[in-house]
Structure formats: C-alpha cells, structure tokens
Design a protein around this ligand. Structure first.
Ligand code: NAD
Length: 503
C-alpha cells in the first residue's frame, strides 16, 4: 500500500509541476493576471510541489464577475438537473479517492489512513446536498385571518468560500456543496498552504458537467486575494473556516458591503471524563480526538478534564498510548501522526512545550521537541499533566498533537474548567450517569456536545460553535438558512379593510 501511494504521488506530481497550480475562472485554468506565482512545498520533505497563481483583487474581480454572470441560469436550473450534477461530482470524487487522499497527505502532512475517509466524506457531502436540492426552496406557511402568508427561500447570489489548510478537501466540499444546492454560484479561495486538492476538486466538478462560471477558484494569500473577496460588492456572503482572529478581520472587511458572514473558527475543546464512565472507551476516544489528523482539527479535545479519583490509572494508560503513537511519512498507512502543515506552525506547536514547562509550570509527561531522523515539519506527540485551567496550554489553541490534562473533583468544577476558555466549539462528556451527562451537556458552553462518543458527524445536524468559535451553523437546513434569503409572500383572502386616505 505504501509503495502504491508513492507511485500514485510520483505520477501526479509530474503533471502538477508541469502545469502549475492555476486559478479556474469561468471554467478555464488561468494564471494570475499579474503573472505572479508563489511556491507550494510539501511539509513531508520540504520539496517543491508546484508554483501557484498569486492572485490579487483583479483576479477576484474576474471570478466574481464570472460567478455573477452564471448565477441566474444556475439558480433556475431545474432541480433534477442540479441534483444530477451534484451526484456526478460525488461520483468523480469517489473515482479519484486514492489520488485525492495521496495528494492531500503530501500537501498537508495528514496521514493517509484518515485522508481516504476524507475524500469519501467529500463525496457524501455532494450526494447529501444533491438530495436536498428539491427541498431547498421550501418555506413556512403562516396563515393570518385575512391573508395567507407563506415563505419561499431563494439563493442569495454569488458567495465567497474561504477555507483553511486543515483537511482542506473535505472542508471545501462541506461549504461548496450546500452553496451549489441552494442555487448560489461560488468563488473559492483556498488556503495558500494547501492549494492542491482544491484545484483537483474544482476540475472534477467541471468534468462532472458543472456549467462554467458556477464555481470559480482563486489562489492567493489572505491579505490580498482573501481580503478582496470579502470586499467585493458582487459577493453576497462569505462562508469562512479558519482562525478566530481572521474571522474577526473578515467581519470588518465585509462590513462596508454588508456581507452576510458565517464563521467557523478555533476551539479548545474539553473531553470531560467522570470516574463512573466506561474508562477504556473514554481513553480511546480522547486519544483519537486529539492525536488523529495531527491534532490539526478544530473539533479535537485539546483538554482532558479527568475526575481526580481516577486521574492516576487513567493518565498512566494515556502516557503509554501517547508514547506508542507512530510518527512518520503520512503516505505510510501505518503512520498515525505526520508532519505539521509547515515550518511556522511546527515552530508554534513546539513553542507550547516550552510555555507549558517554563511559564505554566505543568508536568511534561510525554514528548516535546522534534523526532530524530525525520526531515519534514514533524513534532513529537506531547502530553502535559497536572495543569490548571488558567495556564496558557489550557487556554490557547495549539492545533497540534498536544494534550493538556486537568484534574477536577466535582461536576461543578468540571463545568467551570470547561467554560473557562474563550472558545466553545465542541465538548465530549464521558459518564454512565445519564442525568449527569445531560446536565453537563446543558451547562457546557459549546455549539456541539457528544455524550459517550467521539465526534461522529451526522450531516443533517447543526455544526458550529459559540463564543470565539464562530457564528452560524452548517448542516442540512442550517446551510440553506445561510446561503438563501427567506421571502414572505402575503395573499389577501378577500376584501379586508383598507384604510382610506385622501378621499
Ligand atoms: P487562517 O485563518 O490563517 O486562514 C484561513 C483562510 O483565511 C486562508 O484561506 C487564508 O488565506 C484566509 N485569510 C487570511 N487572512 C484573511 C483576510 N484578511 N481576509 C480574507 N481571508 C483571509 O486559518 P488556518 O491557519 O488556515 O486554519 C486553522 C484554523 O482554522 C484553526 O484555528 C482551526 O481551529 C480553524 N478551523 C475551524 C473549523 C470549524 O469548523 N470551526 C474547522 C477547521 C479549522
């Protein structure tokens, strides 16, 4: 399998290097109008993948105009045809799942064992929203005495989608599939650190029969291409996934044109384990939800809150498991942790081990530093114990394979610790006491709670955070609320009284 992955990669890289990574505007692959490019390298070995179009406001303007021209025809395309196209995109993704997984692994450092599933989930997103096309415009009936009121939903217009570098393929599908199902056209600005699979995805969509101009792709940096997208008057809404500070900038950039914004931001989520829980399952899940996807996962549990009475045996087992995690080439199916996305992020993650020991005074239980003999942006999986809620390693989003363990004595204290951060994306609660689990779920400040479960995504369920973790919800009908306007239509049922003026 490892050898097969390397072969798929070598073949694909020849083509990508030769062609370069370009924008796709109005169905055509084009370079930036300035002809500028930037280099995209792999975090696995530091090698050049390809040069990428370094776009600016001019390219965004071309893409926005293309999405405007394509809008009404796409919005008005019959349901069945839209659904067929979304299904065809899902099929293309599935046909290319191996290639997508290998390229995503090499471009981002994410282990291949998780990336295969990410591609399949991407296809599921298109299929799910393909099925929803038929209902997307449905509204409410709110009859009054003399009037029949009903609402319909209509696509808001061309929208901007701005995505981060962590699992960029899956997250792009997650945002773009509902936008297309709503009848919106799209300008996508993927993260500059992970441009490869976004380009492949857009190409596959065109291969599947998506009309030109419906989905435009513009590469470039946040403060130029990204900013121009959020400021463009033709773009009606921005769906954003990324850091909290960027989300805040996007809100202010979009304010002069009254952009509707949906922000999916950072997290510092707790796994709260009570002594009465199934401790083996809680351990498996906590490890998975922190160390899978390199810990570069917004929904990961970065803080383990563990009841004091079971702290020692639980943490002993945790130490053994974290020490045993397999760090290596992400293309190797055996690998559990690959390199961080890039050198800057590697440095950030490494700095938190120092912060934990020197500034915070917590106990370093496993890890810190770089693994020996690996050339890329690798870090050792890290575990800190005996932390308190105020420490920086408890408060800040490290976004790497880095877990902070905080003991608690009572349910009340667990809630206080869980809610002591500025974030509120997810919480994982482990207890066999059903009433306690429900109380905890109501009391923790987060957009999503799993009880006795890792993060298992159900596509119709709302996804999103509170506090600094975001504004808005994705999933099922919630996605349509964002990408569509609700219009009320009121029909008089007879000759109701009209106030007479000027007679
Ligand atoms: P980032 O905010 O640095 O970048 C995200 C995107 O925003 C990139 O495409 C970037 O080019 C663009 N951008 C940057 N500045 C911009 C600006 N001024 N205007 C417009 N666009 C701009 O985030 P990242 O480092 O790529 O991603 C990691 C972060 O994403 C983490 O904080 C993580 O928690 C978060 N995230 C959240 C979710 C969620 O669902 N809540 C999901 C995945 C990732």
């Amino acid at each position: 399998m490892y050898e097969k992955n390397k072969k798929i990669l070598a073949k694909a890289l020849i083509k990508i290097k030769r062609e370069g990574i370009k924008n796709i505007i109005n169905g055509r692959s084009v370079g930036a109008t300035s002809k500028k490019t930037f280099k995209n390298t792999s975090p696995v070995d530091g090698e050049l993948i390809a040069s990428v179009a370094k776009s600016d406001a001019k390219d965004i303007d071309l893409a926005a105009k293309a999405s405007m021209s394509a809008f009404s025809a796409w919005r008005d395309l019959p349901h069945q045809k839209k659904r067929d196209i979304l299904y065809a995109i899902a099929e293309e993704i599935e046909k290319n799942a191996d290639l997508i997984a290998v390229l995503e692994s090499y471009d981002t450092g994410q282990p291949i064992r998780f990336m295969k599933k990410a591609a399949i989930r991407g296809a599921a997103n298109f299929r799910y929203f393909g099925d929803k096309v038929i209902d997307a415009r449905n509204g409410l009936s709110t009859p009054d005495t003399n009037h029949l009121n009903f609402t319909v939903k209509q696509a808001i217009g061309p929208v901007g989608v701005i995505t981060p570098w962590n699992t960029p393929f899956m997250l792009s599908t997650w945002k773009i599939a509902p936008a297309l199902a709503s009848g919106c056209t799209v300008v996508h600005k993927p993260a500059e650190l992970s441009p490869v699979t976004a380009t492949l995805l857009c190409k596959l969509a065109h291969k599947a029969g998506l009309p030109k101009g419906v989905w435009n792709l513009v590469h470039g940096f946040g403060d130029t291409a990204g900013k121009a997208l959020t400021e463009h008057p033709a773009i009606k809404a921005i769906a954003f996934i990324g850091e909290t500070s960027t989300g805040s900038r996007i809100m202010s950039q979009g304010a002069p044109t009254l952009k509707r914004v949906h922000l999916e931001l950072g997290g510092q989520n707790p796994s709260i384990v009570f002594a009465d829980a199934d401790l083996e399952r809680a351990l498996d899940s906590t490890i998975f939800m922190k160390y899978s996807l390199n810990g570069e996962r917004c929904t990961s549990n970065s803080r383990l809150l563990i009841e004091k009475s079971v702290y020692k045996p639980f943490v002993e087992k945790l130490i053994a498991r974290v020490k045993n995690l397999k760090v290596g080439d992400p293309l190797d199916p055996e690998t559990e942790i690959g390199p961080m996305i890039g050198k800057v992020h590697q440095k950030k993650v490494l700095s938190y081990s120092k912060i934990g020991v020197e500034e915070d005074g917590a106990t370093l239980l496993v890890g810190s530093g770089k693994p020996k003999g690996l050339k890329g942006c690798y870090v050792n999986p890290t575990l800190f114990g005996n932390a308190t809620k105020e420490m920086r390693i408890s408060q800040e989003e490290v976004f790497g394979p880095f877990l902070t363990v905080i003991p608690f004595k009572t349910e009340k204290e667990a809630v206080e610790i869980a809610n002591s951060v500025n974030y509120g994306l997810t919480a994982y609660i482990w207890t066999k006491d059903s009433a306690k689990g429900h109380r905890m779920a109501l009391n923790v400040e987060s957009g999503m709670v799993w009880i006795n479960s890792q993060n298992v995504r159900h596509l119709p369920a709302p996804f999103g955070g509170v506090k600094n973790s975001g504004i808005g919800r994705d999933g099922g009908e919630y996605s349509f609320d964002f990408y569509m306007e609700t219009k009320n239509i009121s029909v008089a049922l007879g000759d109701h009284p009209i106030p007479i003026l000027g007679k």
